[in-house]
Design a protein around this ligand. Sequence first.
Ligand SMILES: [Fe+2]
Ligand SMILES: [Fe+2]
Ligand SMILES: [Fe+2]
Ligand SMILES: [Fe+2]
Length: 288
Amino acid sequence: MESIEPGYHSRPRNWTDDLASGNDLVDQQHQELLRRFEMLEDALKSGQAFAEVKALAAFLQRYVLTHFNTEERYMLAGHYPGSAIHSGEHDQCKRRIFQFKQFIETESDRKKIIAVAYSMLAIWVREHILNHDVQCFQYLKHRKKAEAAVDIDYEWSPESSKLWTPDFEIGIENIDTQHRNLVMWTEYVQDAESLSDEEIRQLLDFIHGFIVTHFTDEELLMMDIQFPDFEKHSELHYATRTKFFEVKEWVGQDLGAPDKRGMVLELFQAYVEHIGQYDTQFKKYFRS
Ligand SMILES: [Fe+2]
Ligand SMILES: [Fe+2]
Ligand SMILES: [Fe+2]
Ligand SMILES: [Fe+2]
């Protein structure tokens, strides 16, 4: 695994006050991104850029997952209305970094690689922060809301579960625990005779936040084990997250009282299927 060496610790020279979001953690992460960008600029001047570009790509792939997870958790907790668009931008960026890593491996023209790396970072870092992050955190600052916590009394165990099977166990504790929780929530919705709109809304908010972190953990795991279907698997995660936003929107509107519980159940069941069909494939790569 590549090490994530901290960059320069001074204030990045490209940092300007208009980039400050008002959230300290997010601002620190953005400064670290800018430092990386500046390391690349310096490497370009000293002729060492190619090695630097490769290290940068490896760093970015891990770093953006953590960073985007941070931002998305804040957006969900604060019920940020632009979070679907903002998360879509993040997914787009993750794809671009993935393509960039593949590009590095096949392109032999080093100058071309360096130019692409430079423009990718220059555009993305400044434009994304200015157009999306600052706007988002300014909004959240003015409208702080506690993260929805769902407190239910529901008895569940993997042994008595109708949906959980021992095949679902991957052997990685935090992923397995997250999967067990997701299956539990699915069965909870399945068994509930009726759920009020408010209960459904809270549950969706809670699971949405949960799943954002879960996907990040899985994507980091896939990187660590060099999972060959990383890109395909991530695409499935993006699709699930998009679906969450859609269902949340439907549930938020009262469209002649459609079967909201049914919609939520379908969404959750699709994810349980994802576990059985796709997540279990980590097992063999993890073991090797
Ligand atoms: Fe962002
Ligand atoms: Fe950001
Ligand atoms: Fe999963
Ligand atoms: Fe997954």
